[in-house]
Design a protein around this ligand. Structure first.
Ligand code: HEC
Length: 117
């Protein structure tokens, strides 16, 4: 079936085109998911980096604030989704209460998950 073959070739080409962008950093993430990771990183940097270590190597400006890359040792980071949407109140006066939009929550969780790699 010649038609099938052409289709195949098209698929292989499309796949090959994806690999340099998607495959290089985080294997298995679609480009939409990569976009969320980026958004999450920006959220963390603008709202949280004043106190928390938000990257892979940095240390928290406020020593009591846990590094985001360590949160997954305490609980699956997806568990934070609810608290992020309702406002995290950790019972610590140093941590202001935050409420994120649903889309932001998803992006933020994806970013946290990306730190676990
Ligand atoms: C003004 C400083 C400050 C900012 C800004 C801040 N935090 Fe925190 N955060 C803290 C401190 C201090 C703790 C530790 C509280 C404790 O252990 O009692 C903490 C703890 C946490 C914890 C751990 C809670 C737990 O019980 O495991 C999470 C999750 C967290 N922060 C998320 C965030 C997120 C998300 C942002 C940005 C949207 C943020 N924080 C911004 C100071 C801050």
């Amino acid at each position: 079936m010649p038609q099938r073959k052409t289709l195949w070739a098209g698929c292989v080409l499309a796949l090959a085109a994806c690999i340099p962008t998607g495959g290089a950093t985080l294997a298995g993430l679609s480009s939409a998911e990569m976009g969320q990771v980026e958004t999450g990183r920006e959220l963390a940097q603008s709202y949280c980096a004043g106190c928390h270590a938000v990257g892979e190597q940095d240390s928290s400006p406020l020593p009591e604030a846990p590094a985001f890359r360590d949160l997954h040792h305490r609980y699956p980071v997806a568990h934070l989704a609810e608290s992020l949407a309702e406002g995290i109140a950790v019972g610590h006066p140093a941590m202001p209460e935050f409420v994120l939009e649903p889309g932001e929550v998803e992006a933020f969780i994806r970013y946290l998950e990306s730190l676990e790699e």
